[in-house]
Design a protein around this ligand. Sequence first.
Ligand SMILES: Cc1cc2nc3c(=O)[nH]c(=O)nc-3n(C[C@H](O)[C@H](O)[C@H](O)COP(=O)(O)O)c2cc1C
Length: 195
Amino acid sequence: MTLPWNTTSLDDLCQRIWTELGVAVGEVGNPWRCPVLSTVSAAGADARIVVLRSVDSAACELTAHSDLRASKVEQLRADDRSVWVFYDPSARVQVRARCRMTVHDSDARAMEAWHRTPSVNRMNYLQRLPPGEVIPTPSVGWENRAEARPEFGLLLARVEMLDALWLKETGHFRARFTWVAAVGGARWQGEWVAP
Ligand SMILES: Cc1cc2nc3c(=O)[nH]c(=O)nc-3n(C[C@H](O)[C@H](O)[C@H](O)COP(=O)(O)O)c2cc1C
């Protein structure tokens, strides 16, 4: 049974968030499947949409894929802090996940993700030009170079904090969850906060 958003149990709410994240991975069209991933750049904050590729609630992990030459990869290698923002307009629930990121380019995790990537999506990582390169006309920007090594990177986020906001006509609910060390193992510690 799906736990309701309308709950006063912090544990149920945290569980619901992870359940919804896991569901979103497998549902094209699910708004949580395309979160905003924000990073820290030398110029300040940066942000863009990515596709949520996997969720591991036990390990508190989210993943996305990127061309290794993209700005976000350089930014994450310099500063591993990120925030992922999810919003479901029908449920009117926003979740912000504060994370530490690692970029995997050629290790076993990256290879496993590459092998699971359908061939139609592999094209994204087999482009001749790096993302952001200045070009004279848009038509030259999409040029496959299938013979080359893919510029494929797995972006792995370890979630450290979750902030959930549910917009409700009778009064908004907001909760914050922090991953804390505890006797018997680390766990999510929740608290209600004013919206
Ligand atoms: C719906 C949608 C999904 C996207 N998914 C991804 C993705 O999974 N990975 C990715 O690197 N870029 C994805 N993009 C493109 C990014 O938003 C961004 O334009 C690109 O990655 C370059 O960003 P950067 O220069 O900040 O690295 C997506 C864009 C849209 C609109």
